[in-house]
Design a protein around this ligand. Sequence first.
Ligand code: SF4
Ligand code: SF4
Ligand code: SF4
Length: 250
Amino acid sequence: MKYLGIDPIKPKIAVFDFTSCEGCELQLANKEDTLAGFLNAVEIVTFREISSAASDDYDIAFIEGAISRSDEITRLMDIRKKAKVLVALGSCACFGGVNRMKNAYDLNQANREVYGKIAKETLPVRSVKEIVPVDLEIHGCPVSKAEVERIVQHLVWDIPYTQPVYPVCFECKQRYATCSFDLGQLCLGPITRGGCGAPCPVGGLSCWGCRGPSEDPNYEEFFRIANEYGYGDDEIEERLNFFGGFEGVR
Ligand code: SF4
Ligand code: SF4
Ligand code: SF4
């Protein structure tokens, strides 16, 4: 389909999965009301979850998942060499995600207990940017398809994309949700990057911080307020560690 008599350039897209649940990939494949338009804007050359086709010739590589084995490091470095733009897709890729919790354990002991004498290779979890340079990160567990589509539009038209810097509270208030703190729930919305539309607090379940920190969050004040509501530092830190995005904040 031409636009103003010009054939649009369709970037070749490849989607790869590493240590993950594949839920972010499913988000891309799932939203049927926009799927046709999405497929019309890009040329998908590799996407194991939806197609057996595979090609090494791609412009944009979407990487889902954290890195936790040596063969994953090799594969990721090879993809980085081939891709013009490399995008970390979802919290696992951006900061390790829920997988990062395993870094708190002795992996040799866990290996012995789970696999006995037939040990499996398992490295401490790392994000994609801890291994190779990343051009763009799309946060969320899972990612929002609407946000991915917005970003793909920017990539197709070569327009720089700016991530939201405001916290989840901003969108939560726009949607007139009752604050989770007032419902007796600890909520990470004040320090978590917005852009998701605050579906969790709006739906009655507080924010667990899947998108990682907002810009310049005030942790001291957040801990003070959460303490005032009766939540201890251990409970807050456990919540902060859930998706791996707040590692080392305190
Ligand atoms: S970010 Fe969440 S939904 Fe996406 S792959 Fe990781 S665990 Fe699955
Ligand atoms: S529910 Fe959470 S995100 Fe919404 S206003 Fe309260 S603290 Fe902020
Ligand atoms: S409200 Fe919080 S936990 Fe829910 S999607 Fe947004 S950032 Fe993630």
